[in-house]
Ligand binder design. Structure first.
Ligand code: ASP
Length: 629
């Protein structure tokens, strides 16, 4: 505040170019500064902003003591706030009483210091304020602190659990704080991009009804309606579609969603979506706007100009990468060699529906031990292959394989040719049932990519995966499920197949993938109540069930629903890709651990019997729960 007033007045008089007045005004400014400081304020500046241009200024800083060290007759204190760190100096020779008080400061004490900005003799080029220090003249302890359970510095000695328990302290660390700053910038830039394009942010309810949308719902008992429950939204899907019926033709919301799923590094029970919907659009319009958003974020936040995103059909993604979210930062595409392997007496290949290989460049020199490690990797229950076959294409052109007994050098030559291998490369082969084997080969490909350092976090490969199948068949349950969700429109040309071959129907659905992570996904929706009814019936809903659960949507569609479609991005995943994080936890202020617990506030927790009674819940959590069979 002080410096803004100063600057304003100075600027005014510079503009007037009147030297005499300038001297008077400079004097007036320093008077204002001194009076303001005397009047008392917690700080005139932050701990991140003082530079050489501020030399000799009297300032007040407030913040946390990161570190205090004694050096001869001096005490140096690193004072930290959200903006940075500034070094304070207390000098025994010039102010012994103050220095003695400074000697008592402990880590994380909150203090206020008045002093003068001076040039540092021992500059620290690693921090922006490293050229200056504050020669302290006054010190006030605003609040002492207990010794924190871990060091609050970039490299901390605190383990994961401890840091989660004291997350409010962990958040003081610049590495964690910067992830939240990035998150804020991304959310802010997203709002600005969408706002400029007429998107309107509309809030949708959090207490809604339970609907089957893929994952399990979190449910909330209703006190006023005994025996009835709300569900927390897995996404605002139905509401955003209803908003289209209402005529809000461009909607978005940065919104919390809830899914009661088992947790992984890229999953949290509550997470944030950038949820969007548009009317009077086709797939192409949506891909255009949201490819634009992604490019805008990369440009404004990382100053990266991305090329246009390639499109890949779901079928190609599965055929070439065994995944609907391929990491295209590196090649190693699958090659099918079933035809080349058949009829040579190797029963394992002969009996397999699919034989696929990847060519690992420059890995022919892998040792027996390394190959054994890879075999163990594919045999892990998470991958589930029965074994791994390899062909080494040595630099001298020799071909050696783990199936030499069945295949001649000429046979192997055909395999390596198909795979485009050169001397020095290694072919890794898996076989079995097509879909399963492709998934296993995908895991192996990613593992090899990681081993060879090809999954560079500073490289960004974006693509759209399109033409997803509309439905997925569940063998054990003997029924179809919607691959995306039941509101996704089939491709118009495939609609007749709904009657004859539902599994072959392609959807107007798309995913945005960055570096092997599904960042966003959406679809063009069904907007015709008859087609929606048909879709529910293909999914095994009786008319009554469909009416009971989605009657409101089908009714709404009878009142002039416009053609519409949308997409939702996972904000947490988006931020963690930008920040180069392995887990989305680090870009969430207060995340849950892998068992869905917030260890800081100790939730979930039991509640008093009275609360349960009030909710008409007859369960006593301490009794053995009765399980439904
Ligand atoms: N609601 C969908 C989801 O959460 C996204 C969409 O189709 O727009 O995945």
């Amino acid at each position: 505040m002080v410096q803004y007033t100063e600057q304003f007045i100075l600027l005014l008089f510079f503009t007037l170019k009147n030297g005499k007045h300038f001297i008077f005004i400079t004097y007036l400014c320093s008077l204002i500064r001194s009076i303001t400081i005397i009047i008392y304020m917690y700080r005139t500046n932050t701990c991140g902003e003082l530079r050489m241009t501020n030399l000799n200024q009297e300032v007040i800083l407030s913040g946390w003591v990161q570190k205090a060290r004694k050096f001869g007759g001096m005490i140096f204190v690193d004072l930290r706030d959200r903006y940075g760190i500034t070094q304070l100096v207390f000098n025994q020779d010039t102010n012994a009483e103050l220095c003695n008080r400074a000697a008592k400061l402990g880590r994380e004490w909150v203090i206020q210091v008045k002093g003068t900005v001076a040039e540092r003799s021992n500059k620290n080029p690693n921090i922006p304020t490293g050229d200056i220090e504050i020669i302290s003249s006054e010190l006030a302890v605003l609040n002492p602190s207990e010794t924190p359970p871990f060091t609050i510095e970039e490299d901390t000695d605190g383990g994961d659990d401890l840091r989660m328990k004291y997350r409010y302290l962990d958040l003081r660390r610049s590495v964690v704080r910067s992830n939240l700053e990035l998150r804020h910038q991304m959310a802010f830039a997203t709002r600005s991009y969408l706002n400029e394009r007429q998107f309107m942010e509309v809030e949708t309810p959090v207490l809604i009804g339970s609907t089957p949308e893929g994952a399990r719902d979190f449910i909330v008992p209703s006190r006023m309606n005994p025996g009835e429950f709300y569900a927390l939204p897995q996404s605002p899907q139905l509401f955003k579609q209803l908003l289209m019926v209402s005529g809000f033709d461009r909607y978005f919301q940065i919104v919390k969603c809830f899914r009661d799923e088992d947790l992984r590094a890229d999953r949290q029970p509550e997470f944030t979506q950038i949820d969007c919907e548009m009317s009077f659009v086709e797939q192409e319009d949506i891909l255009g706007i949201f490819e634009g958003l992604t490019k805008y974020l990369f440009k404004t936040i990382k100053n990266i100009d991305l090329p246009d995103f390639p499109r890949m059909s779901y079928a190609d993604a599965m055929r070439l990468y065994g995944s609907d979210k391929p990491d295209t930062r590196f090649g190693m595409q699958f090659v099918e060699i079933k035809d080349l392997t058949a009829g040579k007496g190797f029963g394992v290949f002969d009996g397999a529906e699919y034989v696929g290989a990847i060519c690992v460049e420059g890995a022919a020199a892998y040792t027996r031990k390394q190959l054994d490690e890879l075999t163990d990797f594919v045999k892990r229950p998470q991958v589930g292959a029965k074994g791994l076959i390899y062909v080494r294409y040595d630099l001298d052109g020799a071909l050696k394989s783990s199936v030499d007994k069945f295949y001649s050098v000429e046979d192997l030559q055909k395999w390596v040719e198909r795979a485009g291998a050169k001397p020095g490369d290694l072919l890794l082969v898996l076989c079995g049932e097509t879909e399963k084997t492709q998934k296993q080969l995908s895991e192996l490909r990613l593992e090899m990519g990681a081993r060879l350092g090809l999954r560079d976090k500073t490289k960004y490969n974006c693509l759209w995966v399109v033409d997803f199948p509309l439905l997925e068949y569940d063998e054990p349950l003997n029924r179809y499920f919607a691959k995306h969700h039941p509101f996704t429109s089939p491709k118009p040309e495939d609609i007749p197949l709904l009657e004859t071959n539902p599994g072959a129907v392609r959807a107007n659905a798309y995913d945005m993938v960055i570096n092997g992570v599904e960042i966003g996904g959406g679809s063009i929706r069904i907007h015709n109540s008859e087609l929606q009814k048909k879709m529910f019936s293909v999914l095994g809903f009786s008319d009554e069930q469909a009416q009971a659960q989605f009657g409101f949507l089908m009714n709404a569609f009878k009142y002039g629903a416009p053609p519409h479609g949308g997409i939702a991005f996972g904000l947490d995943r988006f931020v963690s890709i930008f920040a180069g994080l392995d887990s989305i936890r680090d870009c969430i202020a207060f995340p849950k651990n892998n068992s869905g617990r917030d260890v800081m506030i100790d939730a979930p927790s039991t509640v008093a019997q009275e609360q349960l009674d009030e909710l008409n819940l007859k369960i006593n959590p301490h009794e053995t729960p009765v399980t439904n069979t």
